[in-house]
Design a protein around this ligand. Sequence first.
Ligand code: BDR
Ligand code: CA
Length: 312
Amino acid sequence: SRPVILDGDPGHDDAVNILLACSSPELDVLGVTTTYGNVGLERTTHNALVVRELIGGDFPVYPGADRPLVVPRLSAEAVHGESGLDGPHLPTPTRGAEALHAAQFIIDTVRARPGEVTLLPTGPLTNLALALRLAPDIATLIREVVWMGGSLEAGNWSPSAEFNALCDPHAAQIVFETAAETGLKLTMFGLNVTHQAIADSRRVAAFRALGTPVGEFTAVLLEFFAEHHRERYGWDGGALHDPMTAAYLLAPELFEVRPLLVDIDISAGPSAGRTIGDVWRVTGRPPNVDAALKVDADGFFALLTERIGRYR
Ligand code: BDR
Ligand code: CA
């Protein structure tokens, strides 16, 4: 099965991505690396341990960056609550995180298995940017990177920018430039596609109807996650961003992607963190990413529900 590293800031939707990947025999989760993001690093790391505990998983957890490269740290308690995983009862982890830094784990793992390892970042790109700066050779050794972040439409944390991109525009720029310079395969799931997959009441009910502890945990997570989206967007649920990364590996046919040149705005103005897609190829520069455009939302939720249902 395909070796993957999940790099994120759990986070409700990051947690669901971990659940999806770990229930899928097609994927071999080598480790979960954590970053600041939705909440601080200590909490996101704790939350990764909580999810591991919930499912009796055995993947190692490596804490990484506790802040962006240049800009001040943001966080999203308004969306994810103080814990970063508000809503369900959270089991107490019986095992801790590893001492090795996330960036070093990424480097070591990629070098040990050249051409094999896929990275699924679902938070700010700081860990990956650090790894690429410490070990530029890994750019051509990584199998591929599938990132949830950015937007080809409006932003959700500023009018221009999506949260993960805005958290660390400089890190995103390092990753996107590396893709342009080295051919590192990079796929981007921006808000333009993740906003097509709303975990509405009917879909949440399907998780609950599994009648299992992990099904119920997922339902309660998504109910909490829905609150912010109900208030902000008037939607009947939250956009389930992060699990699209694992789902893309499992069922690429659910998605439509196109090659696109994407630049990151690192200026400190109203467009900070914007992911600028050269839709009409006006720059003449070749594409550096596959940008996801469309998802079969019912197919996506069917896959997710079936996989979550595998936890007994
Ligand atoms: C992204 O920001 C975080 O709040 C979510 O976990 C997701 O990764 C959506 O903009
Ligand atoms: Ca996330």
